[in-house]
Design a protein around this ligand. Structure first.
Ligand code: SF4
Length: 80
């Protein structure tokens, strides 16, 4: 029965990744909210602006982020 199964718990790899990603987010000053008009969804590094979650290809991040998130490396998309 499902009640007899052990409760899922984070493994060592999860603790390790959690710490690594926390440091990465702190270095980027990553926030879960926009910074004025600036947000991941209108940043150069947000790979697919149509998606609510997308890959950030900034070389110091390379993680999934949300369209309304923001970090200090936000960069305007050139209109050329
Ligand atoms: S560089 Fe920063 S603001 Fe731009 S998509 Fe990546 S996390 Fe978002």
């Amino acid at each position: 029965m499902a009640d007899d199964l052990p409760r899922p718990e984070p493994k060592e790899i999860d603790e390790k990744l959690s710490v690594q990603l926390r440091h990465l987010a702190e270095d980027a000053v990553l926030r879960g909210d926009p910074h004025g008009e600036e947000k991941c969804g209108n940043c150069l590094y947000y790979i697919n602006p149509d998606d609510k979650i997308s890959y950030c290809w900034h070389s110091k991040l390379r993680i999934l982020v949300g369209t309304n998130w923001w970090c200090q490396w936000w960069e305007k998309i050139s209109e050329e």
